[in-house]
Write a protein that binds this ligand. Structure first.
Ligand code: AMP
Length: 182
């Protein structure tokens, strides 16, 4: 299920570029202008539904925090469960966690140990708004595997192809970006 060039344009034009946020040299892709545009948000969510409805998924795992918005909506459309992968210290029950490198320092994400059910092998789609270096998504895929579930694919609304995050993540799992930014 491919996006038409018109649909792609609607989504692309709804995303706002903010230069030098949160610091100089970064072009921040602002998806709030996609979310408040009912046509663009609708085109995007319908595309994701059509793309994933026959993949036999059991859970969508959304990455803190913008991955929750797309992931929770898609999980409802697919009539499957939603699992939040959160920054350290936010989840109340027993968790497993994974550290990953940032430009300066490290960060850590975690997931509830029982989030993907008691049986091993649940089929999971990971979703986030954007992949840059791929550090966050890589840690998320590691976490999903550590619970005994299967990461079927990682899905991003925006893929920054001038960084090598997508290539690195592809060594671990399938990767799909709705929009590519070169
Ligand atoms: P990374 O781990 O480097 O792939 O970074 C991905 C995470 O950082 C995602 O959760 C994004 O929301 C956020 N992020 C990184 N770069 C940008 C950017 N240029 N615009 C918006 N969000 C970004």
């Amino acid at each position: 299920m491919k996006l038409s060039s018109m649909e792609k344009k609607i989504i692309e034009e709804s995303i706002r570029d903010i230069k030098d946020f949160p610091k100089e040299g970064i072009v921040f892709k602002d998806i709030t202008t996609l979310l408040n545009n009912k046509k663009a948000y609708g085109v995007l969510m319908n595309h994701l539904y059509q793309k994933y409805k026959e993949r036999n998924l059991q859970y969508i795992a959304g990455i803190d925090a913008r991955g929750f918005i797309f992931g929770a909506a898609l999980a409802q459309m697919l009539q499957i469960g939603f699992v939040p992968i959160r920054k350290k210290g936010k989840l109340p029950y027993t968790t497993i966690s994974e550290k990953y490198a940032l430009e300066y320092g490290i960060d850590e994400i975690e997931v509830h140990i029982d989030a993907f059910g008691e049986e091993k092998g649940a089929r999971v789609l990971i979703i986030d708004d954007l992949i840059a270096t791929g550090g966050t998504a890589n840690a998320a895929a590691t976490l999903v595997k550590q619970t005994g579930a299967v990461c079927v694919e990682c899905c991003f609304i925006i893929g920054l192809t001038f960084l090598d995050g997508i290539k690195k993540l592809e060594q671990k799992t399938q990767v799909y970006s709705v929009i590519e930014v070169n």
